[in-house]
Design a protein around this ligand. Structure first.
Ligand SMILES: Nc1ncnc2c1ncn2[C@@H]1O[C@H](COP(=O)(O)OP(=O)(O)OP(=O)(O)O)[C@@H](O)[C@H]1O
Ligand SMILES: [Mg+2]
Length: 484
């Protein structure tokens, strides 16, 4: 973990949190919004990065969070956001929120044992609870704020020829350096020039580098977004809440990494709380695990997973195209057994691992060595009769015999084979032609007039059910290897 992340964790420790970050959000309970039945969003770090597949509900979480604060009494040009601003109801969208929808916000106070709770719910058609909220400046940095001006065709483009320049705001050299570091090229000057046209006022960013200068109207998309976002984070009041939508958009990978580092830096200096949605494994990796959340939506509902490893997120977001761990096993039986063990104990790991049947124990050891030399994350799960060498990434199945023998000689499996197929396993195992354990399933299948795959699958399922607890250690080790 970087020094800045460590420092932030300390500042955000619950006892220090209010002193550093003010009445920031500790938790938001969301009920009945866009298919989210009931979920706690726990804010464990000043920056919360929410990842997940498209449509999982990432933006929804940021949108409800920003509705958690009243307009500060000291504010002048500031508009707070309400639920209705993000969840409009229309004939096209009759029910984005359920009738019993509610939000329970938990805020830090000067006594960490007594946080403040405010419930926002719908009494008939109007929402109640807003008045009890604390005050805070909140900013939503969505997509449209950075649309290049030529696409948005705002007044700086429309009225380009007749613009009147008003006040100019120079950006401080320290901040310019931060912008330069993210984008990857040096700026000499960055300023925001006030403009007016037909009673409309706006500001346009202007950058100078290598002896020429250009405005937002001629800036790259990524460049415009960064200048806008960094300026907002630097010039807003301290301890603000920021919701940032997919900050990686139009940034090259190193810029994404530098931007995540910048967020750690600005939170350390200005004590903002930031909630961002992202599909970027580069950003997730640059942030500590306390930042990372993964949203998963399926037929049952939407679930949030805390502190997920960036490797696992990458595997999940790529739907398994990027596997984070190669696991070598000896043969097909071991492969099927391992897949089913993982499925029964921690099925989300299946998308993070690729399991290969390699050959005998020596071939497996060699495969792990070669994979590791080429920079891959690899381990082996070998047969129990070979033993383990965890320091070399060599694990083993439970028991003390090859897995086929462990599975088929388990009393519950014998009973199943006898009842279902009328096959006596003890007799098959004692036969001279079945000395090679790799062939046990085949012989049973022949005797039973069944397919080998079916016999194997049934036996493995029964065996795993019977000794489920004996796989815990193996799963812990595989999980640790995925997260390494
Ligand atoms: N009325 C509704 N009832 C149930 N679910 C809904 C409803 N309206 C929207 N949704 C769900 O909410 C999703 C949109 O939520 P949200 O914008 O928060 O997702 P997201 O994770 O930010 O997606 P993206 O990565 O594409 O930006 C839709 O894809 C849909 O699954
Ligand atoms: Mg979104």
């Amino acid at each position: 973990m970087s020094d800045k992340a460590k420092k932030l964790l300390e500042k955000f420790a619950v006892k220090n949190r209010y002193a550093n970050f003010g009445p920031c959000l500790r938790k938001v309970m969301i009920h009945g919004f866009r298919g989210i039945q009931s979920m706690d969003l726990n804010l464990e770090f000043p920056i919360t990065a929410i990842s997940g597949l498209n449509g999982a509900g990432k933006s929804t979480l940021g949108q409800v969070a920003i509705c958690g604060y009243k307009k500060p009494t000291t504010s002048i040009d500031y508009k707070r956001q309400y639920v209705k601003d993000f969840f409009p109801i229309s004939p096209a969208d009759p029910k984005p929120i359920s009738d019993d929808a509610k939000l329970i916000y938990t805020y830090e106070t000067d006594d960490y044992k007594k946080p403040q709770e405010v419930t926002i719910s719908r009494a008939s058609s109007a929402w109640s609870g807003y008045k009890r909220q604390p005050e805070r400046y909140c900013y939503y940095i969505g997509f449209t704020v950075y649309i290049p001006k030529v696409e948005r065709r705002d007044l700086s483009v429309y009225g380009g020829a007749n613009l009147l320049f008003t006040e100019k705001r120079d950006i401080n050299p320290d901040v310019i350096q931060k912008m330069s570091r993210i984008i990857g090229h040096k700026y000499d000057v960055v300023s925001f020039q006030g403009v007016s046209h037909n009673d409309k006022e706006s500001e346009i960013g202007i950058a100078s580098r290598l002896g020429y200068s250009y405005s937002e109207n001629n800036m790259g998309f990524g460049e415009g977004r960064i200048l806008y976002t960094v300026d907002k984070l630097e010039t807003s009041p301290v301890q603000s809440l920021f919701i940032i939508e997919e900050p990686e958009t139009s940034l090259h990978e190193n810029a994404q990494y530098e931007f995540a580092k910048y967020l750690l830096d600005v939170c350390n200096r200005r004590h903002h709380q930031i909630i961002l949605s992202t599909h970027s494994s580069v950003i997730l990796k640059a942030l500590p695990s306390e930042s990372r959340k993964l949203l998963v939506r399926d037929q049952v509902g939407v679930e949030i997973k805390d502190r997920i490893s960036s490797n696992q997120v990458r595997s999940i977001l790529s739907c398994g195209h990027v596997r984070q761990l190669d696991i070598c096993v000896e043969d097909i039986f071991a492969r099927v057994l391992l897949i089913e063990i993982i499925r029964s104990k921690k099925k989300e790991l299946l998308k993070a691992v690729a399991i290969h049947d390699i050959g005998d124990k020596d071939a497996v050891r060699e495969a792990v060595r070669v994979l590791r030399r080429t920079g891959k994350n690899a381990i082996a799960v070998r047969d129990a009769d070979v033993g383990t060498a965890p320091q070399d990434g060599l694990l083993s199945f439970p028991g003390n015999k090859p897995p086929e023998v462990e599975v088929f000689s388990h009393p519950a499996v014998k009973e199943l084979m006898s009842k279902k197929y009328d096959v006596d396993i003890d007799w098959i195992l004692s036969r001279d032609d079945v000395k090679d354990h790799h062939k046990i399933a085949k012989h049973i299948a022949n005797e039973a007039e069944a397919d080998e795959e079916v016999v194997r699958a049934l036996a493995i399922e029964r065996y795993i059910n019977e000794i489920a607890n004996e796989f815990d250690d193996l799963i812990v080790r595989i999980n640790a290897a995925v997260c390494a």
